[in-house]
Design a protein around this ligand. Structure first.
Ligand SMILES: *Cc1c(COP(=O)(O)O)cnc(C)c1O
Length: 401
């Protein structure tokens, strides 16, 4: 048993007993509140990772914690073999916030992606009339949609795929943000186009203005479903409730996760029209934990916080101020500060990990993504004084490299 307060004891045990499938920052967190995390040695850090946008509402948001605790005293897991009194209210709120007719809740993001893939293929066969077993899905290069064997099968990142094959066939790749490439890739057997409206793990890649609208139009013209993976971009992160809202676009299947769990619990969902969602019948698809009462209570509170605390609007203003602050502090040492809302990528042109370590030493948690990009994505409840602190520390860390 670990009895010390020293981080090294935790790290040594973790490295010995845990699979080495991550390379975490060398900090051992013991508690958190709002935008702040505290380590076992008592140091404080501004969290600019936000569990990859799962903590949009801030750590331990009191309202979400209260919902979890209250539900934990009643009933937490029933399975969908029966109905529970939290499921219907959650569905009402979820479909209303997401502006879709029906929802299928699961747990992690990739399960919602898998749900959307199944649904799109079934639509391809039963509605579009694609010959059995031939449905194709177009995806973007540099995508990230999760880690199941099907989903990594259409990743373009060699590291995610190496020696994990064989992979599911019939995914076609196009360059992200290029509408003509997409037009050429959509054929008679295409049932869906699946995209992130801003690529997150791919290095915070914002598509050219008008791209999402053009994708929507192309999909409608060619009788293909548009699947938007808003797992990372959804619920206010990019300054709109959903990143697709930036261009006034509604996907046929909306995939959400991460912040739907309010930073407390995994909650995800695929949402669609009644026509599309009705292609699932009893027993066709499911999840033991999906839609459980605890998840529903947490999800409902997480949605309430996003809406009532106007997190999208706040992310928009804070994002502008933070991007400006980072640009000013970075000066000529950074190539580009890009992104939307509070999903910000700092392109360095050199490996970003040393900068992440320099920030860590100064009380900021941020992580490199895609090698040369530092992703800055704090909880959406960040205040102006914290934005100033972050910009200052960013400049100091860069200067110290
Ligand atoms: C994180 C993420 C996923 C996968 O979610 P998990 O909960 O890790 O399975 C899928 N798509 C996008 C865009 C993501 O950012």
């Amino acid at each position: 048993m670990i009895t010390t307060q020293r981080a090294s004891a935790y790290i040594e045990t973790e490295e010995r007993l845990g699979a080495h499938n991550y390379r975490p920052l060398d900090v051992v967190i013991s508690h958190g509140e709002g935008v702040w995390l505290y380590d076992v040695e008592g140091r404080r850090y501004l969290d600019c990772i936000s569990a990859y946008s799962a903590v949009n509402q801030g750590h331990r948001h009191p309202r979400i914690v209260a919902a979890l605790l209250e539900q934990a005293q009643r009933v937490t897991l029933t399975s969908r073999a029966m109905r529970n009194d939290r499921f219907a209210p959650f569905l009402e709120k979820l479909t209303s916030v997401c502006r879709q007719e029906m929802a299928l809740p699961v747990n992690t993001g990739v399960e919602a992606v898998e749900t959307a893939i199944k649904l799109a293929r079934r639509w391809g066969y039963r509605v579009k009339g694609i010959p059995a077993g031939q449905a194709r899905i177009v995806v973007a290069r540099n995508n990230f949609h999760g880690r199941t064997t099907t989903v990594i099968g259409f990743s373009s990142e060699p590291k995610y795929r190496a020696d994990f094959g064989p992979f599911t066939p019939n995914f076609d790749h196009v360059a992200y943000g290029e509408i003509e490439a997409l037009r050429a890739a959509v054929g008679p057997q295409t049932c869906a186009v699946m995209l992130e409206p801003v690529q997150g793990e791919g290095g915070v890649v914002v598509p050219p203005e008008g791209y999402l609208r053009a994708v929507r139009q192309l999909c409608s013209e060619r009788n293909v479903l548009f699947l938007a993976d808003e797992i990372q971009t959804g619920f206010g992160r990019t300054g709109d409730l959903f990143a697709c809202d930036h261009e006034g676009v509604t996907p046929d299947i909306l995939i959400v996760g991460k912040a739907l769990g309010g930073g407390l619990y995994p909650v995800s969902a695929a949402l669609a029209s009644r026509e599309i969602m009705s292609l699932f019948g009893p027993g066709d698809h499911g999840s033991t934990f999906g839609g459980n009462p605890l998840a529903c209570a947490v999800g409902e509170a997480a949605l309430d916080v996003v809406v009532e605390e106007r997190l999208a609007e706040r992310a928009r203003g804070a994002g502008e101020r933070l991007s400006e602050g980072l640009r000013r502090a970075g000066g000529s040492r950074v190539r580009e500060v890009r992104g939307r809302g509070l999903l910000i990528g700092v392109e360095l042109g050199t490996p970003a990990r040393p900068l992440a370590d320099a920030l860590l030493a100064r009380g900021v948690l941020a992580k490199d993504t895609h090698g040369t990009v530092l992703r800055i994505a704090p909880p959406l409840v960040i205040e102006d004084t914290e934005i100033e602190f972050l910009s200052t520390v960013f400049g100091e860390a860069l200067a110290a490299l």
